[in-house]
Design a protein around this ligand. Structure first.
Ligand SMILES: Cc1cc2nc3c(=O)[nH]c(=O)nc-3n(C[C@H](O)[C@H](O)[C@H](O)COP(=O)(O)OP(=O)(O)OC[C@H]3O[C@@H](n4cnc5c(N)ncnc54)[C@H](O)[C@@H]3O)c2cc1C
Length: 306
């Protein structure tokens, strides 16, 4: 008997599910159990039963900011896939946590709703973007969020205003005292504008992104946060690491704060490069870079394959 035996027969749950196929980066071992749902009621029930039976829960969005360990993840991995977008009024939209931010930006442009153009540069879900206060080109979730609703580990709802989320640079309370909560939806502030102008701004952000970041190749976004008054990419490049490879992973020759999956990379390959970049920048410039990417599962395994 194991604590999660009930999951073997719970509708929609898959056992031993390979997570690489659920991650944009295409890396990661299996989840002990995995479920995708669009239904907040089902999500609440699953969370409550996991809490009661002692099964650990891990949320996964699009996997565009997380490195999943090669050994996979124990317990239940949940993808909340509610992609609904509802226009509440000319100033507010309501989004399900599974909405992809680029799709939100494009849909809003078509409807002549401005304010979320930055979403075109964030290839992840709304839920994770609230969790990590994602931002691009001068705007972040904190600037546009009205409020968000989450479920606590027992499935009980909690709605917080943006101020109550205590957002900072790539952080929110969902990474801290509310780390067991799951974001299910959010209301976001917009304003009416000419659809052509909104689309132009959205396309300009997209063009800037394509020019400065690796595009059309699998990456995890920025590996490290920018330290105060500097840029992680500049420091890693100055350390001579652009293009450095470990197995199938490479520090992008285009932007040194990105690691790209060039040839069936493993999590161990990526972690080797993360450590090399961190330690080289610390040794050469005395800067202790802080990770932006999130590692799900164990970090201890894996060998260098340089
Ligand atoms: C090419 C590229 C460019 C990028 N550019 C940017 C950028 O400009 N700005 C930026 O901020 N980010 C950027 N990113 C990173 C990434 O897209 C964002 O961090 C995004 O918000 C992550 O969304 P996701 O759905 O992929 O999250 P995932 O990587 O799946 O998960 C990230 C974290 O959120 C948690 N999580 C997921 N869903 C929920 C939920 N519903 N409730 C609570 N926690 C949850 C996960 O457990 C995990 O800890 C980029 C990534 C790539 C690949």
């Amino acid at each position: 008997m194991s604590a999660g035996d009930w999951l073997d027969t719970f509708p929609g749950v898959r056992g031993n599910e390979p997570l690489a196929r659920h991650s944009q980066f295409g890396v990661g071992g299996p989840a002990q159990w995995f479920i995708t749902t669009r239904d907040a009621g089902v999500l609440a029930e699953v969370l409550r039963r996991c809490a009661d039976s002692g099964v650990s829960v891990t949320m996964l969005g699009a996997g565009s900011n997380t490195l999943i360990s090669d050994e996979g993840i124990d317990g239940l991995v949940i993808r909340h896939n509610d992609r609904s977008l509802r226009v509440v009024d000319e100033r507010t939209i309501e989004l399900g946590a599974g909405c992809m931010m680029p799709r939100v930006a494009l849909d809003c442009a078509t409807r002549g709703l401005a304010g979320v153009e930055f979403g075109i540069g964030v290839p992840g879900t709304l839920g994770a973007s609230v969790y990590g206060n994602a931002g691009a080109f001068g705007t972040e979730m904190a600037d546009v969020l009205v409020d968000c609703t989450s479920l606590d580990p027992h499935g009980e709802p909690l709605t917080l205003t943006a101020a109550e989320c205590d957002f900072g640079y790539r952080r929110s309370r969902f990474k801290e005292d509310l780390s067991g909560n799951v974001v299910v939806s959010a209301r976001v502030r917009v304003h009416a504008d000419d659809p052509g102008r909104v689309r132009e701004r959205t396309e300009a952000i997209q063009a800037q992104r394509k020019a400065s970041q690796p595009y059309g190749i699998r990456s995890l976004g920025s590996v490290f946060k920018n330290p105060p008054d500097d840029r992680a990419g500049r420091l890693i490049e100055a350390a001579g690491l652009k293009g450095r490879r470990s197995g199938g992973a490479q520090i992008s020759p285009k932007h040194a704060n990105f690691i790209v999956n060039v040839d069936h990379a493993t999590a161990a390959d990526v972690l080797t490069l993360v450590r090399v970049a961190h330690d080289s920048v610390q040794e050469q410039f005395g800067v202790d870079l802080e990770r932006e990417i999130i590692v799900l599962g164990s970090e201890t395994s894996g060998e260098h394959r340089d």
